[in-house]
Every structure is written in C-alpha cells, then in structure tokens.
Write a protein that binds this ligand. Sequence first.
Ligand SMILES: Nc1ncnc2c1ncn2[C@@H]1O[C@H](COP(=O)(O)OP(=O)(O)OP(=O)(O)O)[C@@H](O)[C@H]1O
Ligand SMILES: [Mg+2]
Length: 589
Amino acid sequence: MAMAFRLSKHETSGISAEDTSLEQLDSSVEMRSRSPSPMVFNPRKLRFADDDDFDKDAHESPLHKKPQLLERQPVVDMSPPCSKVRALRLFNTPATPKTILQKSTSNCSNHLSAAAAAVNAKELFRLTERPRSLPLHNHRSLPPPPPPQDTANINPFTPDSLMAQNKKRCRTQFGRENLNMSAMQRFLLSDVCQDDEAQTGGDAAGRDFQQQAPKRLALHDTNISRFKREFMQVSVIGIGEFGVVFQCVNRLDGCIYAIKKSKKPVAGSSFEKRALNEVWAHAVLGKHDNVVRYYSAWAEDDHMLIQNEFCDGGSLHARIQDHCLGEAELKILLMHVIEGLRYIHSNDLVHMDIKPDNIFSTKNPMAHKLEQQSGKDDDGMDSVYEELRNSENLVTYKIGDLGHVTSVKEPYVEEGDCRYLPKEILQDDYSDLFKADIFSLGITLFEVAGGGPLPKNGPEWHKLRNGEVPTIPTLSKDFNELIAQMMHPDPNERPSSMSIYSHPILSAVDSKSKLQLGLELTVEKRKNEILMNKLREAKKQIKLLEQRVSILAVASTPEPMDGQRCLRSFTRRMRTPFSSHALPPVYVN
Ligand SMILES: Nc1ncnc2c1ncn2[C@@H]1O[C@H](COP(=O)(O)OP(=O)(O)OP(=O)(O)O)[C@@H](O)[C@H]1O
Ligand SMILES: [Mg+2]
C-alpha cells in the first residue's frame, strides 16, 4: 500500500527556505514553470567543491524528522487487506538485484543484469591481462588496477523484453543477455582496440595517452555527488511513501527538473525492486505528453535518483484542496489521463497506482501567448480570450509516479493506495489489470468532483465497490453514469481506456474544443499578421516601383509637347504635299 504523507504548502515552503541549499540561488533567479524550462540567473562559475551534505539536508529536514505517516488500519473483517507480506519480498527471486545501485563491481548474479558475461571468457581474460593506465604519480610503481566490469540492467518493459517473455524464451541471465551480446562484445572489443592502439602507436601517441589517462581517472575519482555537481536544489516539492522530490535547476542547461530521491538506501532492500521498476517504466513510457517525461536516473550512496520533467501545476491532489472540479474541467482531466493510460496500456503495461497524488499538471505554454494576443486589437475575440484565460483549462495533466507499473504479461502486483484499488486486486484476481486502472481513474474522478474524502475501509469502502456509487449533484447524468460504469464491480463491465477515449462525452467536449479553437485562433491570427505584413511590404514595393517607372518614363520620353509639335509639323508637312497634290478631301458623315 502506498501511504501518502505529504506536506502542507506552508510546511513545504518553510522547509525549502530552511533546509534546501537556497543560498546557492542568485537573487536574480527568475523561476519559470515549464520543464525543461530555461532559467535566467547571473552566470556563476561552476564549483566542484562540496556544499552542505545533501543527505544531511534531506534527512535532517523537518520533513524527515517526523514524517506524518497515515496510520495503518486495524484489521477488521470488512476491511480490505492494506498490504501484503509478499510486497516485502524481492522481485520473485531470492537473488537480490545488486546492480546499478552497487557501483557495478561484482559479477551479476541474477536475471536482471546483463553484463560483461556477454563477453566470452577469452575476451575477458584479454581485458584483465592488458596493463591499464595509472595516475601519473604511481604509473610506474603500482600494478595495474583491475578493469571495471561493465554491467547494465535489462529493462523488462521494453518491447524486446516483452517479446522475449511472450516467446517464453529462456529467462536465464545468458538467455536475456544474448539479445545484446554482439553489441556488447563490439563495444568492449572496440575499447580494447583503441587502448591497444594508443599504447603501441609510437612514442608520441604513447606519451599522449599517458598524459590523458590520469586526467580521466582523476575525474572519475572525484567522487562528488552527481546531484550536487549537476543540479542546484531549489526546494522540496513533495514527499511520498517512497521518495522525496526536489525542484532543481540543471547547472549546465539551466532548466528546471523534478528529482526524486528514494528516502532510504534502496540497494539490497525491499525497495530496490520498486526503485528499479520506476526507472524501467519511465524509460519506456516517458515520451507521451500525458505521462511525466523522464530524463535520467542514477544511484548515489545506495539511493536511487530519478530526473523527471518538473510539472509546474503540482499534483491534482494539491489542486483540489480549495475547490472541486466542475464538469468541464473533469472532462479535460479525463481526456488527458485516459490518453496517458491508453498509451501505457498499449505497451501492455498497467500503472496500478492512479490517484490524485500521482496525476500532475503543467500549465499550457500557450497561456501567456493568449494573454499577449488579447488586447492587441479589438476584433470581437476579446471575450473568447478572456474566457480562456480565466478558465482552468490551460493545463495538461500527466500521469506520474510509475513505481507500481507492471506488465500484464507477467504481472508483479505491488498494491497501490487501497482507497483507489478495486476489490478484485485485493482478492488477488489479476485477470484484467487494465480494468483495475480504469476503476482507480473512475474513483479518482468521483473524489475530485466532490465525492471525497474516500474511505480506506469499512462499509463505505465496500459500497463504492459494490455498485453503490452516490450521484454527484453538480455533474450531468451522463458523466455520473460514466463514473459509475468505470467503478463497476465487474471488471468486464468497465469500459476500456480506448472506449473511454472515444466516448461521446469526450468527443463533444465543449470546453476542450473551445480551448483548441482559442489556441488555433491564436496561431492563425499570428499567421495572418505575418501575411498582412508581407502584403503591406509588397504594396509598398509596388508603389515604389510605380513611382520609379513613372519617373523613368518621364526621364526617357521626349517632351510630349515638342513631339506633338514635331508630329503636327510633320503631319503638316505631309499634308502639304497631299494638299499640293490636290487629293480629294475625305468627308466623314
Ligand atoms: N515531476 C514532478 N513535478 C512536480 N511535482 C512532483 C513531480 N514528481 C513528484 N511530485 C510531487 O511529489 C509528490 C510525491 O511524488 P511521488 O508520488 O512520485 O512519490 P512516491 O514516494 O512514489 O509517492 P507514493 O506515496 O504515491 O508512493 C507528488 O505527489 C507531487 O506532489
Ligand atoms: Mg506518489
């Protein structure tokens, strides 16, 4: 069970000022809320020296002193089981995946690691026998250090892995690693060849190599926390059961990110599987507009750190603290989350922890453009802009916290928050996990529309799962029916993410189309402006050209009066002979 113990806004801001390294922030920092979003701050020299101890910050903060855990419910007959003993075990195997979390030193001993074992013993022998470069100060005196072993996890959620599982391929370490064996071999061998070349390629090359080697090792050995080296911590933005989430600025790219750090050291613990699971899921799913984007992950002091997109609108849970959502907003929420779920489900994965705490929002980047646009010219559209600006619609909802994601092909269900779980999951029925996500989304909609707070157990808990879903008076009959359908006791009766996506209630989303129309209008107006400018420019050019032509015409043409005179005189001259020849006059009637 994922238990939420969150900070109030007030508590969080207090902590961010006190415990986070805010003194590092220049006063000129201008926070922008998109992610990745550029920050504007006075250029500072990057320092590699240690600041306050990050871990100390995290652990000594008031957030960590006394996390306000939700109490476990006493076991009563009617209550759902809150957690399982199985959840404390590791990933279906007694072999703990001591992998990326343990600085990759030992041989990989479980099916989660793909490693140098992909290289045959002969090549490994070559690698270990070959003298390695040493730091300058002890290059001649010390024996070569053993080469580090390259290890890498196999992500079980990638299409390759899922295909492998489908085909019931051998699940041994080698069975999986063989998928990438040749690539791994090529990589390792190319390293050997390059090094060999450098060592045997003449004195100059050898000298160069010796000079560069210590630099490489020295950097490698600096041992500065990547978090501190690469990021400037701004504040704590959330605390969950598993992790603390920091708002950070990347020192190099200047963009804001959310970095989630596991609260406890996870290597070798029961949280290790969860931590790795979250990274694997993010790596596969973090490319959809309605799923929180993933950038990178690494381990530090046995903690897992995940660098994600920063969602400047906060969580849905925070959003509904002061007001419930109206139907128009609910439709947008449903539209966005169902798109994200449809994407997750299309990968044969399920989220298993959909709830308001795990749905984040970002403000629409077009919002400020709408603001700029309106008031520019009074074209009767001001009211539309006004409505769009004032509406809460200018957000994009994103599914986050992928720690419970599992594959439907080979499910390992770690139960999420029991307030949002359907009954069948608590009864270990995993036959249709897609529909478990649908139930969680349905009950989430019910809560944020005003049906909350949700019960954790007891008769009310059961009622909501037995088809007795109270009607929300502020919602239309159709929307109430859709929520009830999503919370149907029988998973087979619940609609799929695909059918909700194409549900008439969403295809005729007034507010959505209005928003889209507004945004499209802005774009079209801009295009129009550009065209108008071009037209104005073209008109100017034409006018100039006309002027020039007329000037040229005036300059190059002989005086018209003289010409006429000449012509007349010529005519006269011409006439004279005619007349002299006494031609008969022509009379025109
Ligand atoms: N990318 C993000 N952008 C903005 N806020 C975030 C982000 N990620 C997390 N948060 C905030 O931090 C809180 C905790 O994050 P998250 O749910 O990922 O942690 P957790 O420990 O896995 O939680 P749980 O208790 O659900 O297991 C969220 O509810 C949210 O308020
Ligand atoms: Mg969470």
